[in-house]
Design a protein around this ligand. Sequence first.
Ligand code: COA
Length: 144
Amino acid sequence: MIEINILKLNFNDEDFLYIRNIRKSVFNTELGISESELFDKYDETCDHFLIFNGEKIVGSVRIRSMDATIKLERMAILKEYRTKNYGKRCILQIKQYYSTKNFSQIILDSIYSVRGFYKKCGFIEEGKIFQRVGIDHIRMSLTF
Ligand SMILES: CC(C)(COP(=O)(O)OP(=O)(O)OC[C@H]1O[C@@H](n2cnc3c(N)ncnc32)[C@H](O)[C@@H]1OP(=O)(O)O)[C@@H](O)C(=O)NCCC(=O)NCCS
């Protein structure tokens, strides 16, 4: 089984630079989302995670806490590291980490075309398709 490690960061940590670069590469360069949408006020209070494959940084994600629920946002695996199960392993580790902190649900707004990835991670679709940053999205949730 492939192994990954996740490293928790804050917005003010020097290593947040890596997260900036991953978001620019994946969401701006690759997906064409405007640079002005890549960062917002929640970055200052979220938990941020860098994802490692034992050798290299392969991606990042941020977590926003809301009562008993966490919201998973800005999930990105760099293109050259995709479909190696790093994303799925990351979500499993996030789930394990937050279950020890008394959270019992993860919600997220999936880009509609990648919802199959989150389904493989156990999420179910909720509600209707909506648009954000010009891209179709759908709310998904996982209760544990
Ligand atoms: C979506 C993303 C995070 C998936 O990460 P990944 O590491 O490539 O995914 P994994 O290898 O862990 O895939 C887990 C499973 O989901 C499937 N899967 C991966 N990407 C998928 C996709 N886009 N659509 C449907 N299924 C997908 C895999 O085939 C795998 O299936 P398996 O368990 O049967 O082998 C990654 O493709 C990415 O960063 N995309 C660009 C940014 C993005 O869209 N982020 C999501 C914002 S909501």
